[in-house]
Design a protein around this ligand. Structure first.
Ligand code: SF4
Length: 352
């Protein structure tokens, strides 16, 4: 199977197309002009275009289906070249605002939630992706292409920054090398120019990989899916806790390089009667002491036959207040895309 040119950094491309300034031109066509084929790259000589199309493909994904939520989020189902499918979600974070004279006050802001694997090995009890089992890792190009295709499809210009959250299908740190390469390619100022601080890696808490990522010093942000404050419950929700318990995750976070202006995000999926009480909130405060943390409380979104239930608004609010009153920054995240199963833990590459 042919590789995609999106799998390569600019330096690597300059080894493939000579002279090396051609790599810059190629990058320009791909990431700034959103070219859909090698043929349309006008200033690239014919022999190089032939060399490229004989040996590589440009786009490793095709859009199979787009579902739009009433809140404006869009879920994309993509088919990969080997027929597997993955999902990604465009999340509008802020709408464009214009004043009375039609002048734009601020532009709309977007986050794109991308997948890192086809399926997942981690097997979290609350997650639909887990039900599918693990098929394979995504290549760097397949990670890049999700953002590129969504930007193209929504006419989001190259210079309009987007945030990336690695929170779709798969455990990103279980595919750490391809992920790290994708992060570098995203960062390239001559490519999509998405800085490290606009990229958040959300992990189920693979402590050893968190330490490895920290040593890579990529400058990315970290989000930990914690969900429980005692090992017994966390093991039931996330079997990975048997290998990496809460203490090891927190220790790994303490050694992770965090920008002084940023915080580590702790995702806490709240399930009625399981982890929504003040006792859990107290334990959470203790666990996070000394960490520049922000806790995101997420309502559990029941799916057909799910064994867990959505907590009450009152319990969520009291939990949040307790944390905020005890010096732990905490917000309740409104899961976007609920009506199209695009919310946290609901991505599943169901065929159209
Ligand atoms: S929640 Fe994330 S890590 Fe857990 S099974 Fe689902 S995709 Fe994998």
């Amino acid at each position: 199977m042919k590789k995609s040119v999106l799998d390569f950094t600019k330096d690597e491309l300059s080894q493939i197309v000579k002279p090396s300034f051609r790599a810059k031109q190629l990058y320009h066509w791909i990431y700034q002009k959103y070219a859909n084929s090698f043929e349309e790259m006008k200033n690239i000589p014919k022999d190089i275009k032939e060399q490229l199309s004989d040996n590589y493909i440009l786009n490793p994904l095709e859009i199979v289906k787009i579902e739009e939520s009433s809140d404006g989020s869009k879920k994309y189902l993509f088919r990969l070249t080997d027929g597997f499918t993955i999902e990604s979600v465009l999340l509008p974070m802020k709408k464009e605002k214009v004043d009375e004279d039609g002048k734009i006050i601020h532009l709309s802001k977007y986050s794109i939630c991308v997948s890192s694997q086809v399926g997942c090995k981690i097997g979290c009890a609350f997650c639909l992706t887990a039900k599918e089992g693990f098929k394979r890792d995504l290549t760097p190009g397949e990670i890049i292409a999700q953002v590129l295709e969504i930007k193209k499809d929504n006419d989001i210009a190259q210079n309009r920054r987007v945030n990336i959250v690695y929170m779709g299908m798969g455990e990103p740190l279980d595919n750490i090398n391809n992920l790290a390469k994708a992060i570098e390619i995203f960062k390239d100022p001559e490519g999509l120019a998405i800085g490290a601080r606009r990229q958040t890696i959300s992990t189920s808490g693979l402590s050893a990989q968190i330490e490895k990522l920290g040593k890579m010093n990529l400058g990315v942000l970290l989000a930990i899916s914690l969900h429980a404050v005692d090992d017994e419950l966390r093991e039931k929700l996330m079997p990975i806790n048997r290998a990496y318990n809460i203490e090891s995750v927190i220790n790994a976070v303490r050694s992770f390089p965090i920008d002084a202006r940023k915080r580590v995000m702790f995702e806490y999926l709240v399930m009625k009667g399981l982890n929504d009480d003040i006792k859990s909130a107290k334990k959470l405060v203790k666990l996070l002491s000394g960490i520049r943390a922000k806790v995101n409380l997420i309502y559990f979104n029941p799916y057909p036959n799910s064994p867990f239930q959505r907590p009450s608004q009152k319990d969520m609010f009291e939990f949040k207040e307790y944390l905020n009153n005890h010096s732990v920054l905490c917000t309740i995240r409104q899961s976007k895309g609920l009506d199209i199963s695009a919310a946290c833990g609901q991505l599943y590459s169901s065929q159209p």
